[in-house]
Design a protein around this ligand. Structure first.
Ligand SMILES: NC(=O)c1ccc[n+]([C@@H]2O[C@H](COP(=O)([O-])OP(=O)(O)OC[C@H]3O[C@@H](n4cnc5c(N)ncnc54)[C@H](OP(=O)(O)O)[C@@H]3O)[C@@H](O)[C@H]2O)c1
Length: 200
């Protein structure tokens, strides 16, 4: 996908990493990607990690540009002894770990891109929007897709956010993620793990 985007779009000003896998059905079995990596970690974190890093050079060349990571307020600290949730698996745990990984990676990328004119921010769009992943988890919706879309669109387009990078937003509010996101050692560990997985 990165190859195709680079081939088709010589100018690139925005990347929104929105694709994601939700909790799955209650009691659902552990799933893995085609590469054998726990599915929520692979799709929610690793795919967005790799895509953003592969497209960063083009975004920098076209700066100003913005990267938005659609994460979630549902975050859980990653377990270094069990990064792929092999023990006591459930889809909610795997989802929450993958979403925090996304926030941690966006803080790292924001730091790498300081001074380039490319911002990187993570956002919880809205809580329990009426989408396929929420319906699959059997949860009643409490907000609309429009609310979530507005939060993402604001991060992409609001001139007041020029130069704002390395933040996590809950909707439109600047917010604090799980404390693990601010732990440099945890972020370095995740980065090394992610690099080793994408290098395979
Ligand atoms: N819904 C909420 O309340 C809520 C709350 C917080 C955060 N979020 C986040 O918002 C984002 C969008 O979720 P949503 O609620 O709109 O869920 P959704 O309706 O289930 O949409 C998920 C999207 O991700 C795509 N996708 C899933 N696996 C993929 C894969 N392996 N490769 C490529 N695309 C894949 C799906 O494509 P297909 O349609 O082709 O399967 C679909 O377009 C996610 O990152 C989610 O974690 C949602």
């Amino acid at each position: 996908m990165a190859d195709e985007v680079l081939e088709r779009y010589p100018r690139l000003h925005a990347l929104v990493n929105n694709a994601g896998v939700g909790f799955g059905p209650p009691g659902g079995a552990r799933e893995v990607s085609a590469d054998g990596i726990e599915l929520r970690f692979a799709v929610n974190h690793l795919a967005s990690y790799l895509l953003a890093r592969r497209l960063a050079e083009r975004l920098v060349a076209c700066a100003p540009a913005r990267i938005v990571q659609v994460a979630s307020v549902g975050q859980l600290a990653l377990d270094r002894a069990d990064p792929f949730t092999e023990r006591h698996y459930n889809g909610v745990t795997a989802y929450r770990r993958s979403k925090l990984a996304q926030v941690m990676a966006s803080f790292d990328l924001a730091a790498d891109l300081v001074g380039t004119g490319v911002s990187v921010n993570a956002v919880h769009p809205a809580t329990l929007m009426d989408t396929a992943m929420v319906r699959a988890a059997g949860q009643p919706p409490t907000s609309t897709v429009e609310e979530g879309a507005d939060a993402v669109w604001r991060l992409l387009t609001d001139p007041a956010l020029d130069g704002v990078s390395g933040h996590y937003f809950d909707g439109t509010k600047d917010a604090q993620p799980d404390p693990q996101a601010d732990d440099p050692a945890a972020r370095a560990w995740l980065r090394q793990l992610s690099d080793s997985l994408v290098a395979r």
